[in-house]
Write a protein that binds this ligand. Structure first.
Ligand SMILES: Cc1cc2nc3c(=O)[nH]c(=O)nc-3n(C[C@H](O)[C@H](O)[C@H](O)COP(=O)(O)O)c2cc1C
Ligand SMILES: Nc1ncnc2c1ncn2[C@@H]1O[C@H](COP(=O)(O)OP(=O)(O)OP(=O)(O)O)[C@@H](O)[C@H]1O
Length: 193
């Protein structure tokens, strides 16, 4: 797997998933697994376009489930070919939808795989319909946990903050050992003893 931090990757075709993907939880895994399968059928590379830090960490100062190296490790395990890491900063946040879509066209996505709630661009102006004006998009039904709640990074953050580690693990599909350490570190920074 190749990691690109300069956003200059050019491909003649690809299958793409975009997102914060904090935790690379079971919902993200399902999305990537469908995208992987389709990329194999088409014989093209699978690209994940992600953000560092995750937008919710940047805007809402939430805890971060996976540090970048852990997210990259998980994406590699899932068989992703290229990861594009966009530095999520004030310049990036100010970009309009067209600027972002123009950048995406450098990798010529034959298909994008997203969940229904995906948003992008300045003030979250873009959605699935905006994406569809330029690219072909497959929208996956949300993956739910056993209790009928949609799996999300936010839900997992909340479970971890309540020390409900085994439930968080079920939603993540990964062990929380390394993450627990990260979260404890973050808590200690917020609440110095
Ligand atoms: C070019 C670009 C600009 C963005 N600007 C904003 C913004 O102004 N406000 C905001 O809340 N999120 C912004 N975002 C983040 C998106 O709302 C969203 O979190 C991101 O596209 C990842 O999707 P996901 O949250 O479904 O993973 C931006 C995203 C992109 C790609
Ligand atoms: N449970 C899920 N089932 C299917 N797709 C999902 C699921 N959760 C997220 N996605 C999709 O994965 C992509 C990345 O989403 P994102 O990283 O924002 O996940 P999230 O869990 O919703 O995060 P957060 O709770 O921080 O908003 C988006 O296209 C989103 O719709």
């Amino acid at each position: 797997m190749l990691v690109h931090s300069d956003r200059t990757l050019q491909l003649s075709n690809s299958v793409v998933t975009i997102g914060a993907l904090d935790g690379v939880h079971r919902g993200h895994q399902e999305l990537i697994s469908h995208a992987r399968k389709h990329a194999n059928e088409l014989g093209v590379p699978l690209v994940v376009y992600t953000f560092d830090p995750p937008p919710k960490v940047y805007f809402k100062n939430t805890i971060q489930l996976t540090p970048l190296f852990e997210k990259i490790k998980r994406l590699k395990i899932l068989g992703v070919d290229h990861v594009i890491i966009a530095p999520f900063d004030s310049n990036f946040v100010a970009r309009g939808v067209n600027s972002f879509l123009n950048e995406l066209s450098d990798i010529n996505p034959l298909k994008l795989y997203q969940g229904p709630d995906f948003r992008f661009g300045r003030n979250r102006e873009g959605d699935i319909n905006t994406l569809r004006q330029r690219f072909s998009v497959n929208v996956l039904d949300p993956v739910y946990c056993g209790s009928g709640i949609v799996i999300s990074s936010s839900r997992i953050r909340s479970l971890l903050m309540q020390d409900r580690l085994s439930q968080a693990e079920q939603l993540l599909g990964w062990t929380v050992t390394s993450m627990e350490t990260v979260i404890k570190d973050q808590e200690e920074k917020i609440l110095p003893s």
